[in-house]
Design a protein around this ligand. Sequence first.
Ligand code: SAJ
Length: 410
Amino acid sequence: DTVAVIGLGYIGLPTAAVLAQAGRTVIGVDIKQSTVEAINAGTVPFVEEGLETVVAGAVAQGKLSAQTETPEADVYIVSVPTPFKGDHDADLSYIEAAAKGIAPKLTGGELVVLESTAPPGATERMADVILEARPEFTKEANLPNSLYFSHAPERVLPGRIMIEMVDNDRIIGGLTPEASQLNRDLYASFCKGELLLTNARTAEMAKLTENAFRDVNIAFANELSLIADRQGIDVWELIELANHHPRVNILQPGPGVGGHCIAVDPWFIVSADREQSHLIRTAREVNDAKPEAVLQKVLAKADKLKNPVVAALGIAFKADIDDLRESPSKDIAVALSDRLEHGTVLVTEPNIDALPGEFADKDNVELTDLEDAIQRADIVLLLVDHAPFKDVDREALREKVVIDTKGLWR
Ligand code: SAJ
């Protein structure tokens, strides 16, 4: 059984690796030559705990290889990005391009799984693109010219992908029950969690629902943090106390919501039904407004100083990862540099060696280590709860203005 995995990012590569580890012959496909070369050399182009060992082992055993062309295979797994287009609509062009690459390789009987997070109807759309190119096939099951289409949304948490890929329950939604079953048999080879079968539209919506649930809950915490601030109440104590109630479980406030999932997926629900999505849209707006509120707080303090030095601790999108994409903390640091009339921004990010491109033209920003940043700062702005920040010597903070957006130093 050959499996082709199209798109070797944070989801595709770990999926390819665990399938190869489970004994399948896996061919990974990516448009990026550098990604293909890295994998064929047994290395991984991004940081994810435990991934490189599995990739290196699978490549050495000849079970995993990568290339830029879509090969012939028995199963195709599509794990390409679904960015925005227009007013937060899902751009399905990467999925359509993957489908167009698969279509000419099909001989009948293949299973095509969509793993990318996508709005209701996307799996159907992927199937239609393939069937338009190959009208001799059908999505009806059990015929000599059948093709099988299914959605198996990924649900793994960056930083814990290798564990969650195996342990998490999976939702599997085929366009037909037969497609669901084929998909289940394949995923049973590496997934120890429960495999829950449904239809494709429900599977699509379930994935979006999980992330929207988390977004709404974080928005609740972020709104509380603004209210508590003005009421002179410690929001973390407040939430901790409320969470002692057996039926209350509030998440944590922070500088905003980042990453490519929670800050994106709820919009696909809004875009599917703008008329009915009030709460989900508002939650997105509340979370998106949080970085500006943090910024205002810092600027109000900085305004009182002549040449303020602000230490921005952490610019990753969450704790203990090196991922800076869609990071509210990074956006705050960039905006601070733009809006501080005088003064300096000292950035500390233990998981990177150089500042990303957004800082290229900023001459009032410096990347430095934790100790130096705190020592030189007037204002210490904690943006990410990275492990090394927990043990900061509280004495060193005593003379400083401290703005702790994560409640790490309470
Ligand atoms: N955050 C808070 N307060 C919290 C929890 C998180 O402000 O109490 C912030 C984080 O700092 C970060 C953002 O939310 O900026 C998102 O972080 P996250 O850890 O909640 O989630 P992601 O984006 O890393 O991964 C999520 C997960 N979804 C759920 O937990 C429902 C993961 O399981 C999904 O697979 C992933 O999205 C995805 O790919 O969709």
